[in-house]
Design a protein around this ligand. Structure first.
Ligand code: HEC
Length: 224
């Protein structure tokens, strides 16, 4: 091969097949083949594709819910050892966590009804319950206004007033019929606070003149 005026040229005696107008054809052919491969060969490849390297596609692995001979019980998904508890969310089947006393709804909330508790419940009720049950709990919130077929209960009616605290706790936790569950939005603490406030709303809805202190009765009737 001689170098003539900046180009590689065919030297006499070499095979002409490897040369195209003075350039070596072999590297060019390799580049073309590489490009075809790199472009994915999507329309000329076989299905399933030719697997040159296995990578991690076929390595042995565990898949959820599959059988696995490695374990005596042949279960791929392992069961946590008995008595395992979540580290950050200790949970016990107490009245406080379930609203249940044995198999019955607990009658009265295990949380004392303080003013602080009621105020917390008021804030949470305002956020999570009023959209459907409205501020007074009568079930005429903005949601049923737009979706009249989705009618929330009137929380101040006698039927609900007579619910045990544990039953309301259960409705908030797990939902009931078309009422959605709120266990993910509301902590156990918030749920009991809401129940305190709901009892206040119910008491207010059923107030009568007999509840008004004597010295204020006169002023009230004048206003009416
Ligand atoms: C997205 C709308 C919606 C929200 C928000 C909502 N509710 Fe309800 N709730 C309903 C509907 C609808 C019903 C009626 C369920 C039925 O009878 O199908 C209902 C029923 C109830 C009942 C009575 C169940 C019964 O047996 O009649 C209680 C108690 C209740 N809700 C409490 C709450 C509390 C407390 C909150 C706030 C944490 C809340 N709800 C938030 C829609 C809602």
């Amino acid at each position: 091969m001689n170098r003539i005026s900046g180009q590689w040229s065919v030297a006499s005696g070499q095979s002409p097949m490897l040369w195209i107008s003075g350039y070596c054809a072999l590297p060019i052919a390799l580049i073309v083949i590489a490009l075809v491969f790199l472009s994915g060969c999507s329309n000329i490849q076989r299905d399933p594709p030719v697997q040159v390297w296995d990578d991690m596609k076929w390595e042995p692995k565990f898949k959820p819910q599959m059988e696995n001979d490695l374990f005596a019980d042949h279960r791929d998904s392992r069961v946590p050892p008995e008595g395992t508890v979540a580290r950050d969310q200790p949970y016990e089947d107490t009245v406080y966590n379930t609203g249940m006393e044995g198999e019955y709804y607990v009658g009265k909330s295990p949380v004392p009804m303080t003013l602080e508790e009621i105020k917390k419940g008021q804030a949470k009720f305002g956020t999570y319950c009023t959209p459907c049950h409205d501020r007074e709990g009568t079930g005429q919130g903005i949601v049923p206004l737009h979706v009249p077929s989705w009618q929330p209960s009137n929380l101040t009616e006698d039927r609900v007033v007579q619910f045990a605290d544990g039953e309301i706790f259960n409705v908030i936790t797990n939902g009931r019929r078309t009422m959605p569950a709120y266990k993910y939005q509301l902590s156990v603490e918030d749920r009991w606070a809401i129940i305190s406030y709901l009892r206040v709303l119910q008491r207010a809805a059923h107030g009568s003149m007999a509840d008004v202190p004597e010295d204020q009765k006169a002023g009230l009737s004048k206003m009416n």
